[in-house]
Design a protein around this ligand. Sequence first.
Ligand code: FAD
Length: 111
Amino acid sequence: HYRQVEPADVEELGRSSWTLLHTAAAKYPRQPSDAQKQEMRQFLSIFSHIYPCNWCAKDFEQYIRDRAPRVDSRDELGQWMCEAHNDVNQKLGKELFDCNFWKKRWLDGWE
Ligand code: FAD
């Protein structure tokens, strides 16, 4: 039996994608090798091309062009990702997230 579920809409796709992106940043090496930095840059670039919401992808692509992903460490990538997400939050009129707490939300847990 297959469960009856709907295809992902833009909201569900977004929540799932942010989970992937922030968790990837949270698990990113503290001291990445040059190869790992290059892979993360390439991943984000390709992600911005294939993200299956066209207008979202266009804006994310532009964001990456304006503010190159900071891939030199876990902390820098986590901050960058948080700022990128806040840029979308702002565009959508959502509350901004305090980036001092990204690691609690996506790695350590609140308590
Ligand atoms: P989400 O914004 O999905 O956030 C999920 C959880 O992440 C939150 O509950 C919170 O705990 C945490 N969080 C929130 N902000 C931050 C932050 N700054 N840093 C760390 N954690 C945070 N939707 C559109 O309608 N138009 C777009 O152009 C668009 N562009 C997108 C571009 C990308 C790259 C992605 C991944 C998604 C995009 N979305 C877009 C989807 C949108 O960002 C939301 O995912 C969607 O609206 C659902 O929002 P939500 O309120 O459930 O929480």
